[in-house]
Design a protein around this ligand. Sequence first.
Ligand SMILES: [Zn+2]
Length: 374
Amino acid sequence: MSYIQDLSARFGVNAEERGEKGFPVFENNVKGKGVCLLADENTERYTSDIRSELERNGNAVSLFVYPEREPVADEKAVALALHVSEKSDYILSVGAGTLNDLGKYAGFLSGKKSGVLATAPSMDGFSSGVTPLIEKGFKITRAAQAASDVLIDFDILQTAPAVMTGAGVGDILAKYCSLSDWKISSLLYGEEIYANAEELMREALFACTENIPKIQKGDAEGISALMNALLVSGYAMQLAGNSRPASGAEHHMSHYLEMDYLKRGKRIPLHGVKVGLGTMVSLFLYHNVFRFSFAGEEEVRAVADSLPSENFVADALRSFGCPVKFSEIDVGKDTVKAMLFEAYKIRDRFTILALYNKLGFMDRVADEIIDLYY
Ligand SMILES: [Zn+2]
């Protein structure tokens, strides 16, 4: 059993890599069940192999393809997922972000198990027990269930668009900042750190960072390190009992921008793309903290010293064709500036962004950040 299979099993998830015989554990898990496959126009081409394998396994299989290239996880899409899977016992999403969210939420609502055949290593929601959804035009997070089976086929993941893989890398590099935000909250305010969750996330983050050159080449070993880190993120959150290990100010900035896209009725860019940009801002804030004096400055500086540079992250993101400036993601300069001053209010969670705002330092760096990253 591989490290990630073993770890996943402890969280009740079958993370199975395609072997010579396909996905035997999954096939056994769904033996005798009616399986509903959910796909969209982009991922439909990945459904035929799994469909025939399931049919050979004796499963009744139905397929629903959202008639769009990029569906959004809103009320209408959830209702469709519930409707088309009504006669099935198990929902298998063939996709990544949105399809994964739709399948697991529909499974949760109807009391059915669900799984995902991952088509891109683009975000860390495969193993998370919550689902981001759009309801009445607002982004909210609903309780759901983690996938029972995460099916990993490197032949598929290696063909994912580079920008989606880059988004996954962005969502992992973000963990440098989320873990640091957690750390400074513990140093300055005594927030409890759950060491096992923190270590698990940190190790996976380091393994992924080391493998960036291999991920860039689309090498299976690199993609595997990325996929492992994306799965570990969900488990670290489960261990911590909250999203601290995986989400800090960089995610708050991304959420802030999402609300702006929704207000304007615009398509929201990939999660990891926005989070990657937020990561660059957070790193800038950490690396410039030496310019200010406040109680606890030495502790925060020590945390900053352990972090990679903004350029390291920018170079990594750029190598996948991901945006490295906010002006590249259809968002106004005023909105980005407002984000610097407002996004920390999204959650009552101490972060580097909250520190700058609460101590009145943001005024002194906001224009610099806009010059560098807009
Ligand atoms: Zn994320």
